[in-house]
Design a protein around this ligand. Structure first.
Ligand code: MV4
Length: 509
């Protein structure tokens, strides 16, 4: 996008999305005095985004392919309503270059990056090449399209274990770990076939396997006046099958020096595609704190509120400001995050039954509140959860002065949160917050799948875990003393690790 682009008026925004993110965008528009147009499918007639927008247009049947993914219907709704800009939210069409292009071709403003940036970062291989050229560290590996004997030579040079990845892949699809030369050719064969079936593109390449890694991402923001800044990191390692469950900011794993380096690298990566608007640079960070670029997400993310709570910014308002061609208000890349924020994704799924998605009516919904507690939701008492869309129905985001306070507020808020009528994952979050490893900040992307159980207490934390947990406990006990007379966790009937930790702390003095 040209830096000298004229400032543009935005009076009415069409939100090409549904649920909590559509509601979130409507709220930012209200602050800015911008009118809103919701689109909805037949399954969403009674959804909150429809009720909250100034106008709402029915665009088709429940299935996304017939409604929220229909570019033609969305553009027709924009024309009908006289909207001058479209916000895509996340998911659906948000990372489709042809959608961004079609919006612009119709003379509308796409609130997001250029089609070129979306397309470049959407292909893993071009993304890897582009950021590598800009000096961004990527995992050691090969180019795609090599012959098997060249790949074998490369694997031996890199060292096993290696990972075979699909060039067109992403989000964990078409990946395969190879532990030795004997398994390589068979794995390549299978990966190519899988990639051909899934993406119509069978190109694969190798990377060194990064083991025990954390997933840490940096929020970036860039305007059309040449300013690119980062807003610090989000720790996203608590996930299951590539679905994030908890995110926090900052990450316990980064110190100021590493944060500085990773932040500057994130800015370089964004600049390498002349990025404009809000985006995220995803990194893998290994045990030795080496970091590698993984992907760039060219959209606003689900977990953006944790960054908002530690920076005090409204990222959706910043996105709109940038789309209007206005310069950013904060042009310094050094923005000290304040305190700690944590987000739990509240999903309609059964954590006791392999996280099976749940459908049905929410009979009763009580959202928690209180100091430092934010609930971003798209549902209400009486709302019917259908099988057509994502199982995430709300996000609970808590802020505290430090990590223990953020966790305490989260525990308290989760215990108030009431959803009746269908299965949900609040019990998962409560037991996670009671886990020594989680309290101690000792986890990686394999933690939930490999080492966490909702039904077994971690009775024997390692010395290292105990030590870190004890530091958390010390801060916790300190806060308890500050709040003299106030009873924390009254409703908690179990012998929670938090209580245990505070007893342990008292024994120390
Ligand atoms: C990796 C990796 C280890 N080594 N690449 C998963 C999703 C895709 N975007 C990249 N992914 C990974 N790539 C190398 N060379 C481990 C993962 C990975 C992962 C990454 C981020 C968040 C969660 C993950 C869960 C499993 C595996």
């Amino acid at each position: 996008m040209a830096a000298e682009q004229a400032q543009t008026k935005i009076k009415k925004i069409l939100i090409a999305n549904r649920g909590e993110i559509a509601v979130r965008i409507i709220r930012a528009c209200r602050d800015l005095g911008i009118e809103t147009v919701a689109i909805y499918s037949e399954a969403d007639r009674t959804s909150l985004h429809v009720r909250y927008a100034d106008e709402a247009i029915l665009i088709g049947p429940p299935r996304p392919g017939e409604s929220y993914l229909r570019i033609d219907k969305i553009l027709a709704a924009a024309k009908q309503s006289g909207a001058d800009a479209i916000h895509p939210g996340y998911g659906f069409l948000s990372e489709r270059a042809e959608f961004a292009q079609a919006v612009m071709d119709d003379g509308l403003i796409f609130i997001g990056p250029s089609p070129h940036a979306i397309a470049t970062m959407g292909d893993k291989q071009t993304a890897r090449e582009t950021v590598k050229r800009a000096g961004v560290p990527v995992v050691p590996g090969t180019d795609p399209g090599l012959r098997d004997d060249d790949i074998l030579a490369a694997a031996q040079h890199i060292g096993f274990p290696v990972m075979v990845k699909a060039a067109a892949g992403g989000g964990g699809k078409g990946m395969r770990v190879v532990y030795g030369a004997d398994d390589l050719s068979e794995s390549l064969e299978m990966a190519r076939r899988e990639a051909e079936n899934a993406f119509g593109d069978g190109r694969v390449y190798l990377e060194k396997l990064v083991e025990g890694a954390r997933h840490i991402e940096f929020q970036v923001l860039a305007d059309t006046h040449g300013h690119t800044i980062h807003l610090g990191e989000r720790e996203c390692s608590i996930q299951r099958r590539h679905q994030k469950l908890v995110e926090e900011a900052p990450s316990v794993f980064l110190d100021a020096e590493l944060r500085q380096r990773m932040g500057e690298t994130a800015i370089q990566a964004a600049r390498s595609v002349d990025y404009v608007n809000a985006g995220t640079i995803e990194y893998l960070v290994d045990k030795d704190k080496n970091y590698y670029f993984l992907e760039m997400n060219t959209r606003l993310q689900v977990e953006h509120p944790v960054t908002e709570l530690v920076t005090g910014l409204d990222l959706v308002k910043e996105q709109i400001r940038i789309a209007r061609g206005r310069p950013m208000r904060m042009t310094h890349s050094v923005l000290e995050p304040k305190g700690w924020a944590m987000e739990c994704r509240i999903n309609a799924e059964d954590p006791y039954n392999n996280f099976l998605p749940a459908v049905g009516k929410i009979n009763t919904l009580i959202m928690p509140s209180g100091p430092g507690v934010r609930g971003d939701g798209g549902v209400y008492s009486g709302y019917e959860i259908t099988p057509y869309y994502d199982s995430m129905i709300a996000k609970l985001i808590c802020w505290g002065d430090d990590r223990p306070e953020a966790m305490l507020r989260m525990r308290s808020a989760l215990s108030e949160f009431t959803i009746m009528g269908l299965k949900h994952n609040i019990p998962f979050h409560l037991s996670l917050l009671n886990s020594f490893s989680f309290i101690a900040g000792k986890f990686d992307t394999k933690f939930v799948e490999d080492r966490f159980s909702m039904t077994t207490y971690e009775q024997d934390p390692s010395e290292e875990e105990l030590e870190t947990a004890a530091i958390a406990a010390t801060l916790y006990a300190h806060r308890q003393r500050q709040l003299a007379g106030q009873i924390v966790g009254r409703n908690e009937r179990d012998t929670s690790n938090w209580k245990w930790l505070s007893r342990w702390e008292r024994l120390q003095r």
